[in-house]
Design a protein around this ligand. Structure first.
Ligand SMILES: [Zn+2]
Length: 244
């Protein structure tokens, strides 16, 4: 009996590269948004609707991409750029916190950052948190020691990881969550007093300075000392011993 001829491959609809457009500022909730720059295309994602723009909040001056990009397969050039940024961030942390025992990478995906950072921190135990099961695959190939599927703001994750880590890192993560302020507070809660927070907010596709203007002030309000410049794309802060 001859095998039936293979049906033609069903066409898979492309993953939408953008999340939903938002009417309010992700940082302060203001609805007074001003168009700053319309972005035409996204290089690696050519063919996608050209409808992302940079908008600026008239109240807190936060600049963000609207609609936000969703995580997706990256162009090799972008991936190489991300690897370089990971290495630079790890080195920047090394100067301020040379020997952390425990490190949580939030929104870790395939744990690319722990994989790179391990070169500089061979004795550090890296854990990963991600809303997808990619983090389980990362644990299977020993890129992280513990893998958590979920979000920092999930009550069971927050309770389990409370005050546990010497370092918590968020790479291109705050700009992809619905409530970055809540996410930032949750990140500080899993940090032990005296621990270090690493936040990188640059857009890897365009190296846009999408630094939330309120980030430094928020960190200070939450009981941290900001150790890097206020307007860079990368912020390192130390959680004060008296912080909650
Ligand atoms: Zn705002």
């Amino acid at each position: 009996m001859s095998a039936p001829s293979a049906p033609s491959a069903p066409s898979v609809p492309p993953v939408p590269p953008y999340g939903p457009y938002r009417e309010d500022c992700p940082w302060c909730g203001s609805r007074r948004l001003r168009l700053r720059t319309r972005l035409r295309g996204d290089g690696p994602r050519q063919g996608a609707p050209h409808r992302s723009a940079l908008e600026r909040c008239a109240d807190c001056r936060h600049v963000f991409r609207n609609p936000p990009l969703t995580p997706g397969p990256e162009h090799p050039v972008v991936r190489a750029g991300v690897r370089l940024r990971h290495a630079l961030a790890a080195r920047a942390m090394l100067h301020r916190c040379p020997g952390p025992e425990s490190w949580l990478d939030v929104g870790t995906g395939d744990a690319d950052f722990p994989h790179t950072a391990r070169t500089h921190f061979p004795y550090t135990s890296f854990d990963g948190l991600d809303p997808t099961h990619r983090v389980l695959r990362a644990r299977a190939v020993e890129r992280v020691e513990e893998a958590y599927v979920g979000r920092l703001t999930d009550p069971h994750i927050a309770a389990r990881l409370r005050a546990r880590y010497d370092v918590v890192s968020l790479f291109q993560h705050l700009e992809r969550v619905v409530d970055p302020r809540a996410e930032l507070c949750a990140a500080l809660r899993v940090l032990r007093p005296g621990g270090h927070l690493l936040v990188d907010v640059a857009d890897p596709r365009r190296l846009l300075p999408t630094h939330p203007v309120g980030l430094g002030a928020e960190l200070v309000a939450q009981g941290c000392t900001v150790l890097t410049g206020a307007r860079g794309h990368r912020v390192i802060a130390r959680k004060d011993a008296s912080a909650p």
